[in-house]
Design a protein around this ligand. Sequence first.
Ligand code: 13P
Length: 254
Amino acid sequence: MKKQFIAGNWKMNLTLEEAGNLAKRLRDELANINKVDVGVCPSFIFLRDVCKILQGSKIYVGAQNMYLEKSGAFTGEVSGVMLKDVGCTHVIIGHSERRMFFQETNSIINSKLKTAYSCDLNPILCVGEKQEERDADKTEEVVGIQLSEGLDGLTSEQVERLTIAYEPVWAIGTGKTATPEQANEVHAYIRGIIENRYGKDVAQSIRIQYGGSVKSSNAEELLGQPEIDGALVGGASLDSDSFLDIVSVAIKLS
Ligand code: 13P
């Protein structure tokens, strides 16, 4: 069985002090963790501090986004080279909030993934359907296009290092969670697409996280599904107790 990967997406939350305290608590509580991979994704401006706090620990640090070019006249943007330089190992690409509020298309996301690999970062690619798409029975179609266009031109070696986060948009920050069966079904569909394109080995080794109102009370039934290999946690990752509870569930199931 592969290791579960529990990552916290802190989004645009916390102060520098709060981010530091959260990182320190996770570092101290998870000093000996080895059965489960854990990561945190703070705001850009806290990355350097959080990387310093977590240096030498087993907790990965990822960014929530990056620009598709490595350097240049792109005022206000942050590059993968910079993320790597401050100590990030991961980067979230194509979160639904980026798709929705910042007009990120599958083609932009594809370019960002390629740049992330060329900067030696491990991407977490987010996919997921909106409520109206689920209601119209278009979940597989939407997720299928996000994957085929998002992964266009990537090699099997690159895809093997990818984490995919299935985050149904209607379940993000709403308190509504996909049922474990609904999530498992889409995860199996995603794994099938990966198998068709990159073969069985890659499909079996890739980790597919579930995201969308994951909390300690629903973590066990979600993480217990055979196709769910971890979670990308938003709101519940901002509180150390609730995030640690979710990590404990993953450890218990491993
Ligand atoms: P919530 O856990 O707050 O629903 O957010 C999920 C998410 O978007 C993680 O990337």
